[in-house]
Each structure stands twice: as structure tokens, then as C-alpha cells.
Design a protein around this ligand. Structure first.
Ligand code: ADP
Length: 687
């Protein structure tokens, strides 16, 4: 599971990053899409407005043209009607074929649209005819005989209708080239016959329609299929737009189409003020839009920068290992960083929703802290170098902290609260404690070294007196032996030999200690464990008798010899036995027994696992036992609970045992007391 953890976190992290990237892409795309939509809408709106304004303008022009055309048609009708009346008036009572041409000539001078006037009888034979003075004569009298089909058709229609009728237009070629489009009017007269007037369509337009039309227009008569019969007016200019209006002039016997073409110079983009205004407003709108977009971009960049700097600040606050806390002027917590929460074990919500009393104040110190807070809120400045305090974790454990406090100032340099930084000093304290302990150990070692020096000095100083005692004792013995043993001499000799033995032993002890202190190579010898016990037994028994202790021996049979520095091991045994007996030296304690046991053993604890056989020595008492406090410092040099103790015994014992490769351990004895056990290597492996 642990091996899987990193890839899973990596995958999650990668997925999270991709999600964030997609999300930012999505929101950026959304933003751009909105802007694009807005721009498209504005462009469409502008286009529509300009198009509508243009269309409105076109419609207005078209309508004006339609009106002009209608006016022209009205004028034409009116003119034609008036012409009929004038024609009819020319044939007043008393006018005959000789006089009529004079009347007709007068009419022709007034009416330039007429080319010719004829008076025909009922059989369509011309009685009189006269041509316009304004043009070269275009009709031949012979040609204009009774069979003139257009005239005949018009007159037939006129007779049928009993009112003036027109022929359809026809083309009259002229010499040397060109021709005219003409139309006949046939007017039946009361005394029989017809008056025929030939209209030039072109002159008809010039005389009757042109005055009402403006200069920028072209007027023409057309046939139903659009063929132009006669045209007057301005020629179309390039770069202009053409407007056309057509209207039918329904005349009796004929129908003519009046077409008016008007053109306006490039009215397409800004046809009038309204369009210009709309365009100007649109341009202003687009400019505002661009400015807005720029502003929004700046805002976005600022937002992005702000978010980045906020994220950086948050990352800093989150990764700093110093606890941070902000309080307002009422003492309420307004901010805590993760390091502070981790330090005290409360969540930010628990801390910020806390009452006046912070949850990390130890109950016994809350009163004092409240007072400190009151002083701070009243404006009391904390020491710059910080102060020490004790806080409580959520689990109730206390820990020391170093607090630095400073006023919290806002952008206007006004104090809005207090900012505090906390450093958990428990680790520092622990290190201080360790260093203090090692200092103590150093001092103890120094003292130990002094003791060693003293021991060395003492051993040196005592060697000679002891040697003297030994030689004097031996000398005395020799003297006693020489003077033949008498009754009392035997005991004196015994006592003196004991003195000599003990003096010898004391000398050995002193040499061993001297060697030990000087760290010389000690002499290891193979000794029977029984002998080691027996060597210390007299001294043990001496003290045991004094303290009323029974000494019990249990030595396993056929034990191998022990390879050791005999004197030092004897000292260890003696020391442990003495400690055991002293532990039983309590008033009222019965059954005082000290057991000395030797048996085969495997190496205890951390001893080497070589092929050597091991022997275990145990010294058990039924004394006061070892309490937990004493146990913690049992092997510390100079630790003792006895007023006359040196506190060096056990520490020396352990050093001696460990120098032999063994281990010294202790355990509670059942039902009471303590057992000290140590191992020593056998001289030869046990097979
Ligand atoms: P000293 O004998 O000079 O006090 P030691 O190093 O021999 O120094 O012993 C240190 C302390 O260990 C003793 O003062 C005693 O309190 C405790 N102690 C040693 N052996 C025993 C024991 N068998 N039972 C109870 N306490 C013991």
C-alpha cells in the first residue's frame, strides 16, 4: 500500500492540475465567447440600423418619384384634354375649309407637340391639312390619303365611341435618317368628318410632362414590353443609383406607359442625417465596447496578479513552521495559520469560535493569561524579545512556547488588533535537558577520574605498609614456630596467619584496583567458581553474622572453570552480597536470607553469541527491593541511597563484568527483594 501511495498521489495531482487547466480554459473560452457574441450582436445591430435607414431613404426617393410620375400623368391627361378642346374650338361656326388652316396654323404655333392637323370628311378624305411651323414637314400629302391605317383605326374608334380617340403610336421615318414616334388623335366633328391631330410623342413629353419633372430625371413613353418610344431628360450619370416609376396612361383607343427614371448620387452608405447619426452612435458604441474590453482585460490581469500574490501569501503562511495568530481589539481570534492549529491540535473554526477564554490555555493558568490579555488590549506593549508561556494541546498535554507579539496595523496605519508568532520550545527544552544530563555525566566522570587517581595513589601508598604487615606477620609466625608450639601458641599462630593472608589479599585488591584504574592488561586465569565463592565467603559471613542474615550457597556440580581476573570478580561478588545484606537491614524483617548461586547459563541479553560456555552467578536477597526511581539511576556513578555509601559499587561491578564479556542484570526476587545476576565465560567450551 505504501509503495502504491506515491503513484496514486501523483495521478491525483496530475488529474487535479488537468482539471484546473480545463476549468481555466473553459472560463477563458466562455469569456471570449461572450465578448465575441456581444461584438457580433453590435455589428448585426449596426448593420440592421444602417440597412433600415438606407431602405427608408430609398423608399422616400421612390415615393417622391412615384408622386412625380403621378403628377406628370395628371399633367399629360389635362394637357391632352385641353388640346381636344382647343382643336374643337378651331372648327367654330362659320369656319370652312379655306379659313380653317389659318385657325389651325395659330393652334400649331401654340402647341409644339402637334406635328400636323388635318380636317377630313366622313369618308376620311382630307379636306384641309397644315403642318407645324417648327419642324421640317415630315408627311407627304399623298401618303396621308384616306387609307392611312392608323388614322383610319383611330377615327373608326372615335366614331364608335362618339368621342375623341387615339391611335397606337407608330414610327415615321424621316429623310435623311432618323424618324419620329407619333400618335394620331381623331376627333369627330358635329357637321361630319374628323379633325386629326398628329402628336409627336417626344414633343408631347417636352411640352406637357417636362415642366413638372426635375432635372435629374428621364421621362419616356414605353411599350408594355419596356421598349422606349420617346425619351427626354438628363442622361444617367455613372456612380449613381437609378429609381424607376411607371404608370399607365389609358387613352381612348390607345394606352401609353409613362416611365420616369430618377437617380441619386451615391446615397447608399449615409443616405441622410439619421443614418449618419446612427452610424456615429454606433461608432461611439463600438469605441465604448473596445474601451470596456480593454478595461476588462486590465481588470482580469489585475485579478490574476492579485490571485497569484494571494496564493503566494497563503502558501507562505501555510508552509511557515512558526504558529501565527491574529486577534482583534476585543481579543477574538480572527486568523490562525496551519502551523498554529497543528501546534495546539484545534481546528481554525474551534479557535475562531472560542469565547473570551482560548481553548489552548491551561485551566490552572487561564486566570493569569486573561489578565495578560487585558493588559495587552489596554495597550500594554509586550517585550520585543518575546516571552515564554505554556499552552495546552487538545489532548490536555502542556508544552512551552515562546511568544512574540506586535500591534496589527491596517493600510491607514491604524491598529486593528494584535499579531502573534509562536514557537514551540519543547524540543529546545528537551535538548537543553539532554545537554544538562550529559554535563552532569561529564562532571561525574571527572569525579570518577579523581577517585581513580586517589585509588591509584592509595594503592601505591598502602602497598608498603601492607607488605610490612605481611612480612611482620610471617616473621612472627616463624618466631612462634621456632619456639615450639605451646598450648596457647597454636591459636595465636592461627590468628597471625589469618592476618598475613588478609594482608596479602588486601595487597592483591590494591594491585587489582591499581591495574584496573591504570587500565593495564589484567591477568585472566581459569578459576573454579567454587573457589571464587569461598574466597569471599569469610568476609560475607562476618557481615552476615552482624546483620542476622543466613547465607545460602547453591553451586552446580561439575562446573567448568571461569576465565577471569579473580580478584575483581571476587570484589563484584562481595559488593553484590554486601548490597543484598544491606537491603535486608530493616528493622522487624524476618527470614533474612542471602542466596549465592552458580550454574551454567547461556549468555544473557546482548552478550556475544560465540561458542564459549557461560556461567551465571546470582546474588538474591529478600530485602526492600528496588523502586522505579532508584532503578532509573541504579548504575549511575555516585548514586546512592545510603548516607555512608559511595554510589560506585554497582557501576564498578558492571564495568568489571562487561570487561569480561558478560552482562550484569537485576530483577525483582519472588516474593520479595532483588536478584542480581551476572555472566562470566567458562575457561573451556562445554561439550
Ligand atoms: P552504595 O552501595 O555505595 O550505595 P552501590 O552502587 O553499590 O553504591 O548501590 C547504589 C544503590 O543501589 C544503593 O544505595 C541502594 O539504594 C541500591 N541497591 C543496590 N543493591 C540493592 C539491593 N540488593 N536491594 C536494594 N537496593 C539496592
Amino acid at each position: 500500500m505504501a509503495a502504491l501511495a506515491p503513484p496514486v498521489t501523483q495521478v491525483l495531482r496530475r488529474a487535479f492540475l488537468r482539471l484546473a487547466f480545463l476549468r481555466s480554459l473553459h472560463s477563458a473560452w466562455q469569456r471570449w465567447f461572450l465578448w465575441l457574441l456581444l461584438a457580433v450582436l453590435v455589428v448585426v445591430l449596426l448593420g440592421t440600423v444602417v440597412w433600415l435607414a438606407g431602405r427608408h431613404e430609398v423608399e422616400q426617393v421612390q415615393n417622391a418619384l412615384e408622386r412625380d410620375t403621378a403628377d406628370a400623368v395628371g399633367d399629360l391627361r389635362g394637357g391632352l384634354q385641353r388640346n381636344i378642346q382647343s382643336l374643337r374650338a378651331s372648327l367654330a361656326v362659320g369656319v370652312d375649309a379655306e379659313r380653317w388652316p389659318i385657325e389651325a396654323a395659330g393652334l400649331l404655333r401654340e402647341h409644339r407637340e402637334w406635328l400636323r392637323l388635318e380636317w377630313r370628311n366622313a369618308a376620311m378624305q382630307p379636306l384641309a391639312a397644315i403642318d407645324t411651323p417648327y419642324r421640317r414637314r415630315i408627311f407627304d400629302d399623298i401618303e396621308r390619303g384616306a387609307e392611312q391605317p392608323d388614322v383610319a383605326l383611330a377615327c373608326t374608334a372615335a366614331r364608335k365611341l362618339a368621342s375623341p380617340a387615339y391611335s397606337s403610336s407608330h414610327y415615321v421615318p424621316m429623310e435623311p435618317g432618323g424618324g419620329l414616334e407619333v400618335m394620331e388623335l381623331c376627333l369627330p366633328v358635329e357637321r361630319g368628318g374628323y379633325l386629326v391631330a398628329t402628336y409627336s410623342l417626344r414633343d408631347l413629353l417636352t411640352e406637357l410632362a417636362a415642366p413638372t419633372l426635375s432635372r435629374g430625371q428621364e421621362v419616356s413613353f414605353t411599350e408594355a414590353d419596356g421598349t422606349r418610344l420617346a425619351t427626354i431628360g438628363a442622361q444617367r450619370r455613372t456612380g449613381t443609383r437609378v429609381f424607376t416609376s411607371q404608370q399607365l396612361i389609358d387613352l381612348p383607343g390607345a394606352a401609353l406607359m409613362l416611365r420616369v427614371d430618377g437617380w441619386r448620387a451615391a446615397p447608399d452608405v449615409f443616405p441622410n442625417l439619421l443614418t449618419a447619426l446612427v452610424t456615429a452612435v454606433s461608432i461611439a458604441l463600438v469605441s465604448v465596447l473596445i474601451l470596456l474590453a480593454r478595461d476588462s482585460r486590465r481588470r482580469l490581469r489585475a485579478e490574476h496578479d492579485l490571485a497569484e500574490s494571494l496564493a503566494f501569501r497563503k502558501a507562505m503562511e501555510d508552509s511557515v513552521i512558526t504558529g501565527l495568530r491574529a486577534r482583534d481589539m476585543q481579543g477574538r481570534i480572527t486568523y490562525v495559520n496551519p502551523a498554529f492549529c497543528e501546534m495546539v491540535g484545534f481546528t481554525p473554526e474551534e479557535l475562531m469560535n472560542a469565547s473570551n477564554e482560548a481553548p489552548y490555555w491551561p485551566t490552572e493558568l487561564a486566570h493569569e493569561y486573561q489578565h495578560r490579555q487585558a493588559v495587552r488590549l489596554a495597550g500594554g506593549m509586550p517585550p520585543r524579545e518575546g516571552f515564554e508561556s505554556v499552552f495546552m494541546r487538545k489532548d490536555g498535554s502542556r508544552f512551552p512556547v515562546l511568544i512574540f507579539e506586535a500591534p496589527l496595523l491596517n493600510a491607514q496605519r491604524m491598529q486593528t488588533g494584535w499579531m502573534s508568532a509562536f514557537i514551540d520550545t519543547s524540543e529546545q527544552r528537551r535538548i537543553e535537558e539532554i545537554s544538562r544530563a550529559s554535563q552532569e555525566r561529564l562532571q561525574a566522570s571527572a569525579r570518577l577520574a579523581t577517585v581513580g587517581e586517589m585509588a591509584s595513589l592509595l594503592s601505591h601508598e598502602l602497598t608498603q605498609p601492607l607488605a610490612a604487615i605481611s612480612s611482620y606477620a610471617n616473621g612472627s609466625l616463624n618466631l612462634l614456630r621456632a619456639e615450639h608450639a605451646s598450648a596457647g601458641n597454636g591459636e595465636v599462630a592461627m590468628a597471625i596467619s589469618r592476618i598475613a593472608e588478609q594482608a596479602e589479599r588486601a595487597g592483591q585488591v590494591i594491585r587489582s584496583v591499581h591495574d584496573f584504574v591504570r587500565r593495564r592488561d589484567r591477568t585472566r586465569e581459569a578459576v573454579a567458581p567454587q573457589l571464587l565463592i569461598e574466597a569471599v565467603l569469610p568476609l560475607v559471613r562476618l557481615q552476615a553474622r552482624k546483620l542476622g542474615v543466613r547465607v545460602e550457597l547453591q553451586v552446580e556440580e561439575r562446573l567448568p572453570n571461569v576465565l577471569c581476573d579473580r580478584t575483581l570478580v571476587e570484589q563484584v561478588l562481595l559488593n553484590l552480597a554486601r548490597n543484598g545484606m544491606q537491603a535486608m537491614d530493616m528493622p522487624g524483617l524476618g527470614g533474612r536470607t542471602l542466596s549465592l548461586r552458580v550454574h551454567r547459563a547461556h549468555p544473557i541479553g546482548g552478550a556475544t553469541s560465540d561458542a564459549r560456555a557461560w556461567l551465571e552467578f546470582a546474588v538474591a536477597d529478600v530485602g526492600c527491593g528496588i523502586s522505579a526511581e532508584v532503578e532509573a539511576r541504579l548504575f549511575t556513578p555516585f548514586f546512592t541511597t545510603r548516607p555512608d555509601g559511595m554510589g560506585l559499587g554497582l557501576s564498578l561491578c558492571r564495568t568489571v563484568v562487561e570487561q569480561h564479556g558478560g552482562v550484569l542484570l537485576f530483577a525483582a526476587n519472588q516474593p520479595r527483594g532483588t536478584v542480581f545476576r551476572f555472566t562470566l565465560p567458562a575457561a573451556a567450551p562445554i561439550h
